[in-house]
Write a protein of this length. Structure first.
Length: 365
């Protein structure tokens, strides 16, 4: 740390130089995040000082968190769902495993997770001392529900299904997993960090939420397709009382018990998430998702004209291809199997898609 402070002008000159080193979103095709909606940025600035870690000091912000849980719970067909705003899917998945483990205290707990599962599940198992059993995928990169059922035993505390897999944008057979969870009396967690803000706005959404009786918890990330500021996640539970098993005493705060993983929690991104949902409404979100899905279809069509076949037809706005070449200046990613992966987020507009396809064409010229 400096002995003497830095002049403000010099400080922000330095910060600006670092910011210029960052990539601009326009050419980033691999991210499941996107620039925040203007109303999200405005709301975030308004609530910058707030701390949901001590909600009694910020009752208005705490009310917004309750509203966020209600809005997302309603979207998941359960307005009375329990929940709180997390930092994102990783925290939500850890907390879901904590709940499942406490509800079924066994000596050697295990969880059954699809091979497509996010790496946060490995972190959760490492932290909590849980064995992770990996269920294989079918030919379309969805979890093999029958094989998953074969991995469940009396020590299984949680079964996981994915809605909008990170690599291929697929939806696992959640209805079959719900049946298995009910039949085997296993906690079922749905990781809808990405797809939770996509699938409800599709024309014919596949059932994946609390309409299915076996679903116990769902993670949703407004900072992905919900266009909130970062970090903004949410963990929802069918039974609000689930969170009581996570409570710890907090005698010096305005609330005397706390179930959250983090102590200090930003209220600003919660306000941002609520702002987008309220501003756009169902119609606005349908339009955003429809645009992203149409751009995904256009990208697939264009890439296949260049001899780059899709790896699979995705359920959400993630496209993957057998393609070894990438035009200069564009950032894509690769799946574990080596497929090119592009996420058609709101910032990946039709103009961006066409510019990328033109550059792909120029590579072949």
């Amino acid at each position: 740390m400096r002995e003497v402070g830095c002049p403000e002008e010099d400080l922000f000159s330095f910060l600006s130089s670092k910011r210029r080193e960052d990539l601009g979103y326009r050419n980033i095709l691999s991210s499941m995040c996107t620039p925040p909606h203007p109303v999200a940025a405005r709301a975030h600035a308004m609530f910058l000082e707030t701390n949901l870690g001590d909600p009694g000091l910020f009752p208005g912000t705490a009310a917004l968190e309750e509203l966020l849980v209600e809005r997302l719970g309603t979207l998941m067909h359960h307005p009375g769902a329990g929940g709180y705003a997390t930092s994102g899917g990783t925290e939500s998945n850890i907390q879901a495993f904590r709940i499942a483990k406490k509800q079924k205290p066994v000596k050697s707990p295990n969880v059954v997770v699809p091979a497509s599962g996010h790496f946060s599940f490995q972190k959760a198992c490492d932290i909590l001392g849980i064995e992770m059993r990996t269920a294989p995928l079918d030919a379309e990169f969805r979890m093999d529900a029958e094989a998953a059922g074969g991995l469940i035993d009396r020590n299984t505390v949680c079964l996981v299904g994915i809605v909008g897999t990170t690599e291929y944008g697929m939806i696992d057979p959640i209805a079959a997993l719900s049946d298995a969870a009910e039949e085997r009396d296993v906690f079922l967690h749905i990781d809808a960090a990405f797809g939770g803000m996509v699938v409800p706005f599709l024309d014919r959404p596949a059932p994946f939420d609390f309409r299915l009786p076996g679903v116990d918890s769902i993670s949703v990330d407004p900072h992905k397709m919900g266009m909130s500021t970062i970090p903004a996640g949410c963990l929802l539970t069918r039974d609000p009382a689930c969170f009581s098993c996570l409570n710890v005493e907090t005698p010096y705060l305005t609330v005397k018990q706390e179930c959250t993983l983090a102590g200090t929690r930003p209220g600003a991104s919660v306000a941002a998430a609520v702002a987008v949902l309220e501003y756009l409404g169902m119609d606005g979100m349908r339009a955003v998702v429809a645009g992203c899905m149409e751009n995904t279809r256009r990208l697939i069509e264009g890439m296949e004209t260049f001899g780059c076949p899709r790896a699979v037809t995705p359920d959400v706005n993630v496209a993957t291809f057998s393609c070894d070449r990438v035009p200069p200046g564009w950032r894509v990613s690769r799946t574990r199997a080596g497929h090119m992966r592009i996420v058609c987020m709101p910032h990946v507009t039709r103009d961006v898609i066409e510019a990328f396809l033109k550059d792909m064409s120029d590579l072949d010229a």
